[in-house]
Design a protein around this ligand. Structure first.
Ligand SMILES: *Cc1c(COP(=O)(O)O)cnc(C)c1O
Length: 243
């Protein structure tokens, strides 16, 4: 491909991302207005998994400041390549214990703390890096009787896990994260999440973040108090593989 074709293609992609981002920002503004909330109450985390560093750089130029990734190696490479951008990197994926310390070395926020075993490892990685790590506890909204496969701790395990994060010297408990079950109205699931969040804040008043809502259900999440929405496909387009 010639340099000219490359430039044309890059410009077309920039325009596509700008248009998609506008649509998502308008959806967020409308959802905030409908819920009587200020638009800057909700932070957009663009989930850039499977898309390259060039797209992330384009999004940064369009004003995106928070990006989400779900695979350690892919994210570590992108974060290193884009170190000069002032981006905050969120890890939103299932976290293997043996990768937790490594994730803590590039991530600014780990949204998927779902078991005790991760706490000491994340804390160790953050200590090595010499800086505190923002953490969200991921809670499962699946019916305990269902065969749900979504990650997250059981609601009954949430208080003890939250305490463990809060007590870790280099971790900051910021709040809660969840993914709506696929077999249920997201509004009902986010109602339960809002209740869990209210209870969590009773024990940990600083745990004010609520990360909920994705491309298909961000409106329902904003209506129920989400402070962070994690939007992938609506911003980037369909991912190359269905993850
Ligand atoms: C991929 C992913 C998202 C984004 O999902 P979209 O439907 O593409 O918006 C959000 N949260 C988590 C945990 C994800 O893995």
């Amino acid at each position: 491909m010639s340099a000219g074709q490359d430039a044309t293609r890059a410009e077309a992609r920039r325009e596509e991302l700008a248009e998609r981002l506008d649509v998502v920002r308008e959806r967020l503004a409308a959802a905030c207005a409908a819920a009587g909330r200020a638009v800057d109450d909700v932070t957009l985390v663009a989930v850039t998994k499977f898309f390259g560093a060039a797209d992330v750089r384009t999004l940064a130029a369009l004003g995106v400041t928070e990006v989400g990734e779900n695979r350690h190696q892919e994210a570590e490479e992108k974060a290193a390549e884009l170190a000069e951008e002032s981006l905050r990197w969120h890890f939103v994926g299932g976290l293997q214990s043996n990768k937790a310390a490594a994730v803590a070395r590039w991530a600014d926020v780990v949204e998927s703390v779902d078991r005790r075993k991760l706490v000491a490892r994340l804390d160790g990685g953050a200590a090595e890096r010499g800086r505190d790590l923002d953490c969200l506890v991921q809670v499962s909204l699946d019916d305990p009787g269902s065969s749900g496969t979504r990650a997250g701790c059981a609601p009954s395990d949430l208080p003890a896990l939250a305490d463990a994060v809060a007590e870790a010297p280099h971790l900051r408990l910021r709040g809660l994260m969840a993914v709506a079950p696929t077999d249920e109205d997201p509004a009902a699931a986010f109602d339960r999440l809002a209740e869990l969040h209210a209870r969590l804040r009773g024990d940990h008043p600083d745990a004010t973040w609520l990360s909920a809502g994705m491309s298909n259900d961000l409106e329902q999440a904003v209506e129920r108090g989400a402070t962070h929405v994690r939007v992938g496909r609506a911003v980037l387009g369909e991912r190359p593989s269905n993850q």
